[in-house]
Design a protein around this ligand. Structure first.
Ligand code: UGA
Length: 424
């Protein structure tokens, strides 16, 4: 079936939601407070880098079943209302629900019997039950429907998801499941709080896998084992799985850091100390120190040393620099007095005190140390024997993602340093 849909928020989640729902044939209107963004989207301009999104947007605009409007120019609400506005972290680490609350208040004033309000924004367990109560006063239904989209593969993740989680009353669950009838994935029907917890638990578990393998990498460094071989052997156990066992300088982005802190905050709020999660967060913070520590161990003082940081985004194939390990690493290097150059093929901003190079070759040439912070294919597929040869002594190459071939770096005279990889 196809249906009219209103999406609140043209950010990352709202945009992907609106564009993908339109691609399934639904009549979608996406609302946002940012007029410039709305007019850009209405003329086919996608403000983020997300493979496949621009093509689907163009298709929706051409077919006429995808519209963008400024919030104050909306014309009523569709029977399906998706809430996809931000829940940024407060200074205490909690999820700031003010944008979500504003939208729910607005919807509660305009919705009627037959409206289904679908929460896409990540909200702490316990939040949605209150919204459901508020909305029931006007006869509207409520469902929690967390997203599991990864930046860089969000469109594919939307259509090829492992599961569709819907928390709510039976009527809300079956209504929303019918909207997704073209997606071939099992529907996990739960109560609202459990759906909310599934989102946090999923992100926290993936973050735990990353911090776990990073702890093992540290032990590999201390014992001489090779973490890449270890991760391969461990990940081949079907019960564990190979995904998210890539060691390095840790996770960043707009999701894992925020959601792990919000879950930790929630635990504290309930008087519980979530030891394991705290350790995951602490290990992740520590991983960012590794390159600076490694360089300091090799060169006593970094004052005046030319250091190049490769990659400013939190992972490859995105332009997103939010909570990227590279930002902290650049800040620490600048504070140490190093002369820091950075190169990234897509990041729109450069950390303070850092010079931006125009190409990989320019960035690496005559650098005394290189820190690979993001495993862009441009870096991993480069000829490192040739690149390292253009560096100046002591030619340190800290591979923060274990993504380079140590032998190539060494062939060019580079001193290769990885995370949990044996030194030559
Ligand atoms: C993550 C989840 O993977 C999505 O399922 C979820 O929907 C999303 O958060 C969200 O909550 O909105 P994303 O942040 O786009 O998606 O990126 P990931 O591919 O999960 O990577 C997150 C970070 O972990 C990156 O910094 C990456 O470099 C790091 N990572 C990932 C590792 O250090 N090691 C690994 O093995 C995997």
């Amino acid at each position: 079936m196809t249906a009219p849909v209103t999406v609140f928020g043209a950010g990352y989640v709202g945009l992907v939601t609106g564009v993908c729902l339109a691609s399934s044939g639904h009549e979608v209107t996406v609302l946002d407070v940012d007029r410039d963004k709305v007019s850009g989207l209405a003329s086919g301009h996608v403000p983020i880098h997300e493979p496949g999104l621009e093509d689907l947007l163009a298709k929706g605009l051409e077919q006429g079943n995808l519209r963008f409007r400024a919030l104050d120019e909306r014309q009523g609400l569709a029977p399906f209302v998706f809430v996809a506005v931000g829940t940024p972290p407060t200074s205490a680490g909690a999820a700031d629900l003010s944008f979500v609350r504003d939208v729910v208040d607005l919807v509660a004033g305009e919705a009627g019997p037959g409206t289904l309000v679908v929460m896409k924004s990540t909200v702490p367990p316990g939040t949605g039950a209150r919204f459901a109560g508020q909305l029931s006063a006007c006869g509207a239904l409520y469902a929690s429907n967390p997203e599991f989209l990864r930046e860089g593969s969000a469109v594919r993740d939307w259509f090829e998801t492992d599961r569709i989680v819907i928390g709510g009353a039976d009527e809300a669950v079956s209504l929303l499941a019918s909207l997704y009838s073209d997606i071939d994935a099992p529907v996990v029907a739960t109560d609202i709080g459990s759906a909310e917890m599934i989102k946090y638990a999923s992100n926290a578990f993936l973050a735990t896998k990353i911090s776990f393998i990073n702890e093992i990498a540290t032990l590999c460094d201390l014992t001489g084992a090779d973490v890449d071989q270890v991760a391969r052997g461990v990940g081949m156990d079907g019960r564990i799985g190979e995904a998210f066992l890539r060691p390095g300088i840790g996770y960043g982005g707009s999701c894992f850091p925020k959601d792990t802190r919000a879950l930790d905050f929630l635990a504290h709020l309930h008087g519980y100390d979530f030891h394991l999660l705290r350790a995951v967060i602490d290990v992740n913070a520590r991983q960012r120190l590794l390159p600076v520590r490694a360089l300091r161990a090799k060169i006593d003082c970094l004052e005046g040393v030319r250091v190049t940081v490769l990659g400013l985004t939190f992972k490859p194939d995105t332009d997103d620099v939010r909570e990227a390990p590279a930002a902290d690493i650049c800040e620490m290097l600048v504070a140490e007095g190093a002369l820091v150059t950075a190169y990234d093929p897509m990041a729109g901003t450069t950390p303070a005190g850092v010079t931006r190079a125009a190409s990989l070759a320019e960035a690496v040439e005559s650098a005394q140390a290189v820190v690979l912070a993001t495993e862009w294919a441009e870096f991993t597929e480069a000829d490192w024997a040739a690149l390292a040869a253009t560096m100046s002594g002591p030619r340190l190459v800290f591979d923060g993602r274990n993504a380079l071939d140590p032998a190539s770096v060494r062939a060019g005279g580079g001193d290769y340093l990885g995370v949990g990889r044996p030194t030559a």
